[in-house]
Design a protein around this ligand. Structure first.
Ligand code: APR
Length: 237
């Protein structure tokens, strides 16, 4: 991969070995809630307390988990390449804590909260920010309520212009830990393939869009990626 423009897209599978549950592996329930019942603007309007408690529990969990070798391997890959973009569907901060920078979070982030009045996001992870009581922004004269800085079902994913530009231009497109269920993320491999990129998959099992990949590595990302990254950095093909 040396000298190539490389884009990596990750999903919940890369954080599974860190102890963060994926969405569709074990019935897809979160604390007995279907994601579709809590991760929507309608749910936030109907029962903001339920949605807030759901996300506060996931934000508190960040203090109990740590990056796994897969996150660290991608940080090493970035170090070894001149042209690298990391896009993630994940809202945890394990890529950053694993050494990655400039991570493109297309579904938002748990470490930041968004002001409902100004739309500005701020990092709010101190202990007093993690209880179940609602929080107020620090950007408005009249502090407004903060919402999770998450892209909910029915909302537009973030940074799509930059994402499409990177995927259109890439020569190698790698997906790690995603089931290919959710669009537009699941479409990116088809766009990369259409532009002539080599497409590579690292996943525990064949995802819905497996036919779009030139190279498929089935197994745990934490076990496979360190060795793969070593190979990718040593070859020039
Ligand atoms: N290593 C590699 N892959 C794994 C591992 C692992 N240790 N454990 C699970 N996987 C794979 C599963 O086989 C599955 O294909 O990771 C994938 C996880 O799929 P999902 O749970 O659907 O997660 P993801 O693809 O990221 O979901 C996309 O859906 O609910 C929305 O916004 C949410 O970002 C999420 C999006």
């Amino acid at each position: 991969m040396q000298g190539k423009r490389v884009v990596v897209l990750t999903g919940a599978g890369i954080s599974a070995e860190s102890g963060i549950r994926t969405f569709r592996d074990d019935g897809g329930l979160w604390e007995n809630h279907r994601l579709e019942d809590v991760a929507t603007p309608e749910a936030w309007r109907a029962d903001p307390g339920l949605v807030w408690r759901f996300y506060q529990a996931r934000r508190r969990q960040l203090n109990e988990v740590k990056p796994n070798p897969a996150h660290e391997a991608l940080a090493q890959l970035a170090e070894g390449l001149d042209n690298f973009t990391l896009i993630t569907q994940n809202v945890d901060d394990l890529h950053e804590r694993g050494g990655s920078s400039d991570v493109v979070h297309m579904h938002g982030q748990l470490v930041t909260l968004r002001c409902e009045a100004s739309g500005r996001s701020e990092v709010r992870m101190s202990d007093s920010d993690l209880s179940d009581t609602f929080l107020r922004c620090s950007c408005c004269v009249e502090p407004a309520r903060l919402r999770p800085d998450i892209v909910w079902f029915g909302e537009m994913p973030m940074h799509m212009e930059a994402i499409y530009a990177a995927v259109d231009a890439c020569e190698v497109f790698v997906v790690v830990g995603s089931s290919g269920h959710v669009y537009p993320a699941a479409d990116l491999v088809h766009i990369a393939k259409a532009n002539g990129a080599r497409t590579v998959l690292v996943n525990a099992e064949a995802p819905l869009n497996v036919e779009a990949f030139d190279e498929v590595h089935l197994g745990k990302a934490g076990e496979l990626l360190p060795g793969l990254v070593e190979t990718w950095l040593s070859d020039n093909e």
